[in-house]
Design a protein around this ligand. Structure first.
Ligand code: CDP
Ligand code: MG
Length: 869
């Protein structure tokens, strides 16, 4: 019933109750007090009974405290006990002096936007303000948890720990929940979680009845999850308000707080379909120390080398203070460094010195903007004694294990200078203590996705001006700082966008659409997206989900609207149980043959986490699943190896690749990955194993956890499959291997590529005989350009197969298909019952060739048939 109220989401501004949505103030001013109508005097906005005069009420729900004595104007239902040092430190945070306007805005408005620079104290302090005001306290008038979402797991964990410490509460009172791990209990008052966790909770409890307030943090990042959450929550707060006004027993209002590190909040605030009454914005004044920006005179393409040189120079010559280097995380860079034979170990002082000497002649490299003083020494007026102090280099990127990520928060060894080499993870959500110098390469690796053909690119592109200023800001936290931009000011002015595009415009959205339909948001086009995705993308997503059987058109005769919205089916609901892209969930439903389910679970876990193999030496070109940076680990002493060691490792590498590829007899990348995952599970995992088998530890652990999670869901919802699971994954037998390949073909039946020469009408014998698949063009469904087999594939450097199924398409130097499995075309028509695409029975063309044709697919090109196995 509650769910059905949420359907449709047509917003009628006339239904708005002005008494509740009243306060609306321009930026930079505290919200105006509102007028209270008579009926409302009886109850405060949180549903509590009140018998206060309206002015007192307006001041605060709030139960006037001793305002006259200078304390805050509202009573604090929850007393707290912070450690003394915490109490002192937090007084220095800019947001603490804004507590009153913030809490007033929150008490008087259902939605409040808080803007404040990174480090101003939003994430650590706003939950404490709320807690102190009584939110999250079962004995107060506002019981129900304080929920705070974070885009990244590492932030959810570290912020929960930090706030627990600041409030002297236990880790279950201030808890976190991420995909595989939670410290939540019945005594939880404050819960940090990833945005995905809250989205899943919405599917089972649309009213979020456990919460009294939800804080969406880092909204400026505009991740898909954040955007969807804001859209859904704009409706949830309205539903909770309606129920409260109807006087439903136990009904309580829900508050929504959106926090952003930038002032660009117009997509939320000025979006009438989202919030008919614009929410007030509370601005936290920046208390940032000045950061001097130094542009380079010219933009060098070799920014990694530049960054290293710059760090060495700073270290040798400038006063103490941490250095934060922003790189992109693209591993081609590693190759660049190797090419120049620059085996720099940043901890090697001798190397440092020689580098430093090399560099001192290069006087024109850095120019202080608007200042002719080019010499760093003169800028700062310090002596130029060379540094004896060691560097303590720490990498920070999202695929690094969490414990390693936490290293950046620890003080460096005595006297050492902290150097953090990071991707843009360090841009806003984590504040690293003691950073005085920032080196910004000006680029970031972005994943883009073209909805028309599914081609993904992981491009290194210029960051936005907003990002550049965030990065620079990291240098001014503890005192005046310096930011060295490894690009020219002309480039910055002419080529940098003001802001980067929200993720929803550049990622596949089938999963999002299924989740929304599963919440009974049927008219997806009317959903109040902060930035609506392309209509075509939404239609395409619905089409794919319908073909997968997750959605179906409503057959109810009652709805005689022109456009009938498709609704989630039983299968769709089942698919939504799994934290997987819909295509993979569908594989689980199809995979219950020949005791293959445990393998399918492992395979979808692998595909969803991404290729676990490291291709550090073997691949020169365009590997992009390594979203994180070998360049970063390269810079640290962890992975820097002597050349001889590398040669040996290369040999081991090829042996290991060969061994795992033999599971599918060199016909399938996913079977190769299954081989290594099976071995990992069999041997009990570990870092050692990963080093031996050239796989990324974090990916392996992630696959392990996801596999366990899916297995549990299967056991819970499909008890009849229970017999199939054993503790260890034994290698599949021959029949199972074939079935697995057929299931892969079925799952990717709309992603089949065929060798180009077979599509050209050259007679039945096809084209030339190839001995090696390198550089052989293929034609792929729905893609107008030729595609090539990615060099990371087991099919690469082997006789090129006729037909392949591919998991993804990426554009680097060419358009590559990745995640390949050979397909017997005879399967294609017999897999005709498959939902995404069906193929005709083979038919004879006039020239005598046997053909089959796909029946669904953006572009129905003809597939020449080849004899079955
Ligand atoms: O969210 P926002 O960027 O506005 O700031 P925050 O994350 O609440 O951080 C406020 C301050 O707390 C910063 O100066 C951090 O250095 C500090 N902090 C800390 O010392 N340890 C943590 N684990 C988290 C924050
Ligand atoms: Mg924050």
């Amino acid at each position: 019933k509650q769910l059905s109220q949420a359907k449709g989401y047509v917003v009628d501004p006339t239904q708005q109750d002005n008494a509740v949505h009243s306060a609306n103030s321009p930026p930079k001013r505290p919200p105006k007090r509102r007028k209270i109508d008579e009926a409302e005097k009886m109850r405060g906005p949180m549903g509590e009974k009140l018998a206060l005069p309206s002015t007192a009420f307006a001041l605060g729900v709030l139960k006037l405290g001793k305002a006259a004595s200078g304390s805050k104007p509202y009573a604090k239902p929850t007393t707290i006990n912070r450690p003394k040092d915490v109490e002192e430190a937090r007084l220095l945070l800019p947001i603490v002096s804004e507590e009153q306007p913030i809490m007033e805005a929150i008490m008087l408005n259902p939605v409040v936007v808080i803007c404040g620079e990174t480090g101003s104290g939003k994430t650590t302090q706003v939950p404490q303000f709320l807690y102190e005001a009584g939110f999250g306290n079962p004995d107060s008038e506002t019981p129900g948890m304080i929920g705070i979402t974070q885009p990244r797991r590492v932030a959810a964990i570290s912020m929960a720990n930090r706030v627990a410490h600041e409030l002297s509460l236990t880790s279950s009172q201030v808890s976190y929940q991420i995909r595989y791990d939670a410290t939540v209990s019945s005594s939880t008052s404050i819960k940090f979680m990833t945005d995905g966790v809250l989205l899943r909770e919405l599917a089972t409890d649309f009213l979020l009845s456990k919460y009294s307030v939800v804080v969406i943090d880092e909204a400026h990042e505009r991740s898909i999850n954040t955007d969807i959450l804001i859209g859904v929550l704009s409706r949830v707060i309205k539903l909770r308000e309606e129920m409260w006004k109807e006087g439903k027993a136990g009904a309580k209002l829900l508050r929504l707080i959106i926090m952003s590190a930038t002032l660009r909040v117009s997509d939320f605030v000025e979006n009438k379909s989202l919030f008919p009454t614009p929410p007030p914005i509370v601005n936290v004044p920046a208390r940032q120390h000045p950061v001097t920006i130094h542009f380079s005179r010219r933009t060098s393409p070799d920014y990694v080398t530049d960054a290293i040189k710059k760090a060495c120079k700073i270290h040798a010559r400038l006063p103490p203070g941490g250095i934060l280097i922003f790189l992109t995380g693209q591993n081609e860079i590693t190759a660049d460094i190797e090419a120049e034979d620059m085996e720099i170990d940043l901890q090697d002082q001798a190397q440092l010195d020689s580098d430093f000497n090399e560099n001192m002649g290069d006087a024109d490299e850095h120019v202080l903007e608007g200042d002719l003083d080019e010499d760093i020494d003169q800028e700062l007026g310090i002596d130029t004694e060379e540094s004896e102090v060691p560097m303590h280099v720490v990498p920070l990127y999202s695929l690094l294990p969490s414990e390693k990520q936490m290293e950046v928060f620890k003080p460096p060894p005595a006297n050492a200078r902290l150097v953090v080499v990071a991707t843009n993870i360090a841009e806003t959500s984590l504040t690293i203590p003691g950073i005085k110098y920032v080196i910004d390469c000006g680029r970031a690796k972005e994943r883009r996705y073209d909805v028309t053909n599914g081609i993904q690119t992981f491009q290194i592109d210029w960051i936005s001006k907003a990002s550049a200023s965030q990065r620079a800001g990291r240098a001014g936290r503890t005192g005046p700082g310096h930011c060295y931009r490894l690009y020219s000011s002309a480039l910055f002015e002419n080529y940098f966008q003001q802001f980067s595009a929200p993720e929803i415009l550049r990622a596949p959205i089938e999963g999002v659409v299924l989740q929304m339909k599963n919440m009974h948001i049927d008219t997806v086009v009317n959903f109040p997206f902060p930035t609506p995705p392309d209509r075509f993308a939404l239609q395409q997503a619905e089409k794919v989900l319908t073909h997968l059987g997750a959605l179906a058109k409503s057959t109810s005769p009652a709805s005689n609207r022109e456009m009938v919205d498709s609704q989630v089916t039983d299968l769709g609901r089942t698919m939504a149980l799994f934290p997987l892209p819909p295509r993979f969930s569908r594989m689980l439903a199809a995979g219950q043959h020949h005791q293959c389910l445990p393998y399918i679970i492992a395979m979808v876990s692998i595909m969803s986490v991404g290729d676990p193999f490291l291709y550090e030496e073997a691949i020169q070109e365009g590997d992009s699943t390594q979203e994180d940076s070998e360049d970063i680990s390269y810079l640290t002493n962890e992975t820097v190896k002597a050349k001889e060691m590398r040669r040996l490792r290369r040999k081991e590498y090829f042996q290991s690749q060969h061994r795992h590829a033999s599971l599918g007899n060199f016909t399938s990348d996913i079977l190769k990955a299954l081989s290594v995952v099976g071995a990992y599970e069999y041997q009990g995992g570990g870092v050692e194993f990963c080093s031996q088998h050239f796989v990324r530890f974090k990916a392996m652990e992630e696959i392990h956890k996801l596999r366990a999670q899916i297995t549990n869901i299967m056991r819970l919802y499909f008890p009849e499959t229970r017999a199939e699971f054993s503790a260890k994954l034994t290698p599949p037998n021959k029949i199972q291997v074939k079935v697995l390949k057929q299931l892969v073909a079925a799952a990717f039946i709309d992603q089949i590529a065929v060798r180009k020469d077979l599509t050209e009408h050259k007679g039945s014998s096809g084209g030339a005989q190839y001995s090696n698949s390198h550089s052989i063009p293929y034609r792929a469904m729905g893609i107008s350009e030729d595609v090539f087999l990615h060099p990371s594939s087991v099919l690469s450097d082997r006789p090129p197969p006729d037909y392949i199924a591919f998991q993804e398409v990426v554009r680097t130097s060419r358009v590559f298909v990745k995640g390949l499995t050979t397909v017997n075309p005879a399967w294609l028509s017999s897999l005709g019952k498959s939902t995404l695409c069906t193929y005709s029975k083979p038919f004879k063309r006039t020239d005598g060739t046997l053909m089959i044709t796909p029946r669904f697919g953006p572009e129905g090109w003809e597939l020449p048939a080849v004899k079955a196995e």
